[in-house]
Design a protein around this ligand. Structure first.
Ligand SMILES: [Zn+2]
Length: 315
């Protein structure tokens, strides 16, 4: 597939991504305390995913990310699905997002001042399938070839469902980035953005320097943007600078809301607000990011606030 970002980035200063899916599903009454997390809703309540996608399009998202982050063949088989049913469920995540996009775009009133939105198929890390927290550590027992074997069937299924691109996201370690990059070469028609999770201003979750990882991916033509997601917003400006030092590809950032998880109280706590997040997002643009959205705990309100300033840039 041709690079789907090029025509949008030539015309618009910012490609606005969506926000969190899981927390929005929880707000609609889903119980996601499950190893499948949001992928569980693909099985049980797909129309809720459609609603969340619609809300993000209405908020201003130029790209939504499918509900396949934790949807894997192995994960669904553990739940009793056949391999065929597992692959169909993975594909349903893309079909749902495309249907939501097409429904939104059928109304011409939605066309003003914005591009036809894209659908990015989420490829979550191996650790998301393990559901043991290793998605933020990257301390896997699998080597690169084993990681390729793990990711291959889902990647093939997602691509067969026809997304605009892949979102290889929340990548915690260089080994997994390399595995995904090598796997991507098996699907020469595919494009992807690669997004790491980071633990500070300089290092991805497993400890490698972000600049080194970005440099290592820079020559892969199928990778159309590189950046960081699922990371505290305070680290983002320095991480953007690190990424830009190693590539001229567009930089993608979609950090968490800025609230922190208090494990003792089992609760998220402030001080982050929607306005503060949107204001910081403007700094990420100033620092050179072109694809901007939110990860955990961000909502359509966060995306609407980003759209409020991003659309003004176009005027
Ligand atoms: Zn996240």
């Amino acid at each position: 597939m041709p690079n789907p970002l090029t025509p949008l980035l030539e015309r618009y200063p910012v490609l606005i991504l969506d926000g969190a899916l899981a927390t929005e599903l929880e707000r609609r009454g889903c119980d996601l305390r499950d190893p499948l997390w949001s992928a569980k809703v693909l099985l049980e309540n797909p129309e809720l995913i459609d609603q969340v996608h619609q809300d993000y399009f209405r908020a201003g998202a130029d790209c939504v990310i499918t509900a396949s982050y934790q949807a894997t063949v192995a994960g669904f088989m553990r739940r009793g699905l056949t391999p065929e049913a597992a692959l169909e469920t993975i594909q349903r995540s893309v079909q749902l997002a495309i249907a939501a996009r097409d429904a939104f775009w059928r109304d011409e009133a939605n066309h003003a001042g914005r591009p036809r939105p894209l659908v990015a198929a989420s490829v979550g890390p191996y650790g998301a399938f393990l559901a043991d927290g290793s998605e933020y550590r990257g301390d896997y027992s699998l080597n690169e070839t084993e990681l390729m074997n793990f990711h291959r069937p889902r990647l093939a299924a997602l691509l067969a469902a026809g997304p605009d691109l892949l979102a290889c996201e929340t990548i915690p370690c260089w080994t997994e980035a390399q595995a995904l990059a090598r796997l991507l070469a098996e699907f020469p028609e595919a494009c992807a953005w690669f997004s790491f999770s980071a633990r500070d201003d300089e290092h991805i979750s497993h400890g490698e320097r972000l600049a080194d990882c970005v440099a290592g991916l820079d020559a892969v033509p199928q990778i159309v943007a590189i950046g960081v997601n699922c990371t505290a917003p305070r680290h983002i400006p320095a991480l953007i600078a690190a990424a830009r030092s190693a590539t001229r590809k567009p930089i993608v950032v979609y950090p968490n809301s800025g609230e922190t998880y208090d494990a003792a109280r089992h609760a998220w706590c402030g001080p982050a607000t929607v306005d503060a997040f949107a204001l910081e997002a403007q700094r990420w643009y100033d620092a050179g990011a072109r694809l901007i959205g939110g990860c955990c705990r961000t909502t359509p309100a966060h995306i609407a606030q980003i759209a409020a300033w991003a659309r003004r840039l176009q005027a």
